[in-house]
Design a protein. Structure first.
Length: 527
């Protein structure tokens, strides 16, 4: 079907040109203004010689410029690569070059990470574009083009792509951490993006007069695919700030009379900590939802007491919001993630591929039009994750007799810290190069603020010891800080199978035992 995601803004300018599409940092931006900015960006991209299928990357905070680049890419059939703004130089280099990105748009705030690697990137020398205004210097480096002075030179009429764009064409590459230490780029098509819009609009019963508030990062699947694109597709108003601010988040609900609220669990924890919800009128909110990591029911109960009833869910970058809690779900289901969404079929399988019955734990598998197309340039990983159009999530869970999903654990070792996916293998691969470290294993452990954080078990080289400060110093500038372990423990040996494979399940059990008072005097790996 010849259509693309960029049509969202084109049509919205026709239908409601003067309606606020976005309220950004207290400034309203109409659908006409956002679409015309997008068209200018698209004409600039065309003049740069970018064609259908070319990849462009952005390292931007939440902003209208982010949305303009996103929808401009859609209108031309370019593939949009949003980079997590918390990444540092080497992580950015890997992701940009993994996709052979020809152009990069970045905030001046991140010049310090781009400049050291710019000569080693696939990005063409004339294709570094700086969006200023996020540092006191307000400075565009001499090797980059200033976004504002360049874009204003281009016309705002609708661009014409060089080739027709199909709904099955790839549109977004969203990176998610890999179990081997290398992040994987999940590819989403224009069609899958539209189905995510349909899903969220249907789930929230979204209306054109809704004020949809979220401070979730646009570089994440949640902020981009489950919030911003559906809100703009429906013609609602998106209430957005460049970065999360707990106090402003709460105050904005009352100030703008937000009707739909999306929040990651970690964000809402910070909001609760401010105590400001007791002072805010929340009566305008008719629908609130979110999630992001393991969340105890007591957390939602505390929000209920404040007058904000948030519904949880479960999803992955590969298939966001695949399970959502119905608004009328009985209280007895409060420990579940909810029901499979309108566009997802989901079931539980054992290791031999047999479908399991209610209460039986196995791998969560799913299929439907929301499932990613595959991993960018990773055919082996794709073939092991998507088999006959079925997504193997790598997560363990069970369904109850009413079809509600309960997530038990992860087949892989990934944990979620503050809504960020962290794969220990990536961190372990860096730390094993420390001259004092002989062996290392990292597991996710419960954390009141972040949901989960990393705990590193370290075997030092003979005669050596290492401090937590040394670990942090070694990781600094090599990985984003949210991936750093929050604690370490020095041990004599790691638990291994007879074939030499690490038994992280034993580490997790010993850690759990230590919390419950059942830990042994020595770390016994014989079990």
């Amino acid at each position: 079907m010849k259509w693309n995601t960029g049509k969202i803004l084109s049509k919205r300018e026709s239908f409601s040109p003067d309606k606020p599409a976005v309220i950004f940092e207290d400034t309203p931006i109409t659908y006409r203004e956002l679409n015309r900015e997008t068209n200018r960006v698209a004409h600039f991209f065309k003049e740069k010689g970018l064609k259908k299928g070319d990849r462009i990357a952005v390292d931007l905070l939440n902003s209208p410029e982010f949305l303009a680049c996103y929808f401009a890419a859609a209108k031309l059939g370019l593939i949009f690569v949003p980079l997590n703004y918390r990444l540092v130089s080497q992580e950015l280099k890997y992701q940009i070059n993994r996709c052979n990105c020809r152009l990069l748009v970045f905030n001046d705030l991140f010049t310090k990470y781009i400049e050291p690697i710019r000569d080693f990137l696939d990005v063409e020398k004339e294709n570094f574009i700086c969006v200023t205004g996020y540092t006191a210097e307000n400075y565009c480096p001499e090797w980059a083009l200033d976004y504002y002075s360049i874009i204003e030179k281009y016309p705002f009429h609708e661009p014409v792509p060089d080739e027709f764009i199909d709904l099955d064409d790839p549109f977004i590459i969203l990176f998610t951490s890999g179990t081997t230490g290398n992040p994987k780029g999940a590819v989403l098509t224009h069609g899958q993006t539209y189905f995510k819009c349909f899903q969220v609009i249907n789930y929230t019963d979204m209306r054109q007069d809704d004020i949809f508030q979220s401070q979730a990062p646009l570089c994440h699947s949640a902020g981009l695919a489950a919030v911003s694109t559906p809100a703009l597709c429906r013609g609602a108003t998106l209430l957005m700030r460049s970065k999360f601010d707990a106090e402003k988040f709460a105050l904005d609900i009352e100030k703008y009379k937000a009707t739909i609220v999306f929040s990651l669990t970690t964000m809402m924890r910070f909001v609760l900590d401010t105590g400001i919800l007791d002072q805010v009128d929340l009566s305008s909110v008719r629908f609130a939802w979110g999630g992001g990591e393991k969340t105890p029911p007591e957390f939602f109960d505390e929000l209920d007491e404040k007058g904000l009833h948030i519904l949880p869910g479960f999803g992955q970058t590969e298939n966001s919001a695949m399970v959502l809690m119905p608004g009328d779900a009985p209280k007895s289901k409060n420990r579940s993630a909810g029901l499979p969404n309108f566009f997802t079929d989901l079931w539980i399988q054992n290791e031999t591929g047999e479908k399991l019955g209610p209460g039986e734990i196995g791998q969560i598998v799913a299929m439907g039009p929301n499932v990613m197309k595959g991993y960018w340039d990773m055919p082996v990983e794709t073939s092991s994750t998507i088999v006959d159009d079925v997504l193997y999530t790598g997560d363990l869970g069970y369904l109850d007799e009413d079809g509600y999903l309960y997530v038990v654990d992860r087949v892989k070792d990934m944990y979620r810290s503050g809504a960020e996916n962290v794969y220990p293998a990536e961190v372990e691969a860096v730390l094993i190069n420390h001259p004092k470290i002989n062996k290392i294993a990292i597991i996710g452990v419960p954390d009141e603020k972040w949901g989960e954080t990393g705990k590193a078990f370290i075997v030092c080289n003979q005669g050596k010891t290492i401090s937590y400060e040394e670990v942090l110093s070694f990781l600094n500038s090599k990985l984003a800080r949210f991936k750093f372990p929050r604690s370490i423990q020095l041990i004599d040996s790691l638990p291994l199978t007879v074939t030499g494979k690490l038994k992280k399940s034993v580490l997790k059990k010993q850690f759990t035992d230590s919390l419950t008072g059942g830990v042994k005097k020595k770390w016994d790996w014989s079990m």
